[in-house]
Ligand binder design. Structure first.
Ligand code: KIV
Ligand code: NA
Length: 284
C-alpha cells in the first residue's frame, strides 16, 4: 500500500472515499492494524485507559507515549504497510503559553519514534507553532477527554446551535493553523456532517455519525479486548464490536490452566527434546 500522506488523505476526501483510522499501542496490535491496510494508526493517549487501566486519559507521560510509538512503528514496518503513524500528545505537554515547549515535545515523536504527525486537542495557536516547526498536526474537537475535569464527564458535545457553531469555529481555526485533518469526537451526526462540508481538510469521526470523511475506533473497544465483566460498561455505545478477542484470550488461558493441572499439557506432543546418545553417556 502506497504511503499515506496529508495529500493522499485530502484526495480521498475530494473523491468521496472514506478514510480508516484505528488506534494501536504496541508491536502486535500495530502489525494487525497495518496489515489490514488501515490508512492511519493512532497511538492514542487512550492507552492510559485501555492499556494502563486508568480512569481517564490524563495520566500518561510523554516518555510512555514515545515508548508505545516506537513499538507501533516496528509493527507497521513488519507489515510493510504505508499506514500513517500519528502520536497523541499527552495532557500537560503542549498547553503552556510558551509554545516552544509543545514544539520541543512534538519533535520527540518524530525524532525518537518515527511518527509522521502528532495529534492534539483544540489549541490552534499551538498547532500552528508545531506546523511551522515542520511537524504535521491532526486536530481534535468535540469531546476532548484530556479536559474531562472541565467538561465534567464523557458526554456528547455541540448539542445546541451555539455550541455547534463554536465547534465549527474551532475546526476552522485548526484548519487555518495548517492542520491536515481533524478528529470529531462525540458530536451529533448533522453537526459533524456540516463541519465536514464546510472544511476543506478531512474529518475523522468517532461517535459522530456517517457524514465525516472517515471513522476511527479504539482497538480494544472495537475488538472486545477486555472481556472482564466489570469492564463492559466502559465500551462506549457508539462503538461497534467487530470481534470478541477477550473471550478467545480467556478461553485459551482457562484451557492452559486446566490442561497443566490435569497433566494433558505438555504430553509427548509438546516435549520435543530428547537426549543425544553422547549426552546420555556423560549424564550417566
Ligand atoms: O486517544 C484516542 O484513542 C483518540 C481517538 C479516540 C481519536 O484520541
Ligand atoms: Na486521544
Amino acid at each position: 500500500m502506497a504511503k499515506v500522506s496529508a495529500l493522499s488523505l485530502n484526495s480521498k476526501k475530494r473523491k468521496g472515499k472514506k478514510i480508516t483510522m484505528v488506534t494501536a499501542y504496541d508491536f502486535p496490535s500495530a502489525a494487525h492494524v497495518a496489515r489490514a491496510g488501515i490508512d492511519i494508526i493512532l497511538v492514542g493517549d487512550s492507552v492510559a485507559m485501555v492499556e494502563l487501566g486508568h480512569e481517564t486519559t490524563q495520566n500518561v507521560s510523554l516518555d510512555s507515549m514515545i515508548h508505545h510509538c516506537q513499538s507501533v512503528k516496528n509493527g507497521i514496518e513488519l507489515a510493510d504497510s504505508g499506514s500513517m503513524l500519528i502520536g497523541d500528545m499527552p495532557f500537560g505537554t503542549y498547553e503552556f503559553n510558551d509554545t516552544d515547549i509543545a514544539l520541543r515535545n512534538a519533535y520527540r515523536f518524530v525524532k525518537e519514534a518515527g511518527c509522521d504527525a502528532v495529534k492534539l486537542e483544540y489549541r490552534a495557536l499551538t498547532a500552528q507553532k508545531i506546523i511551522e516547526g515542520g511537524v504535521a498536526v491532526m486536530g481534535h474537537v468535540g469531546l476532548t477527554p484530556q479536559a474531562i475535569s472541565v467538561i465534567g464527564g464523557f458526554r456528547a458535545q455541540g448539542r445546541t446551535a451555539v455550541r455547534a457553531r463554536q465547534l465549527l469555529d474551532e475546526a476552522l481555526r485548526l484548519q487555518d493553523a495548517g492542520c491536515f485533518s481533524i478528529v470529531l469526537e462525540c458530536v451529533p451526526a448533522n453537526v459533524a456532517a456540516a463541519i465536514t462540508e464546510t472544511l476543506e481538510i478531512p474529518t475523522i469521526g468517532i461517535g459522530a455519525g456517517g457524514g465525516t470523511s472517515g471513522q476511527v475506533l479504539v482497538f480494544h473497544d472495537m475488538l472486545g479486548m477486555l472481556s472482564h465483566p466489570h469492564h463492559q460498561q466502559f465500551v462506549p455505545k457508539f462503538c461497534k464490536k467487530y470481534a470478541e478477542v477477550g473471550h478467545s484470550i480467556q478461553e485459551g488461558l482457562n484451557q492452559f490452566k486446566s490442561e497443566v493441572e490435569s497433566g494433558v499439557f505438555p504430553g509427548d506432543a509438546y516435549s520435543p527434546y530428547v537426549m543425544s546418545e553422547g549426552e546420555k553417556e556423560t549424564f550417566d
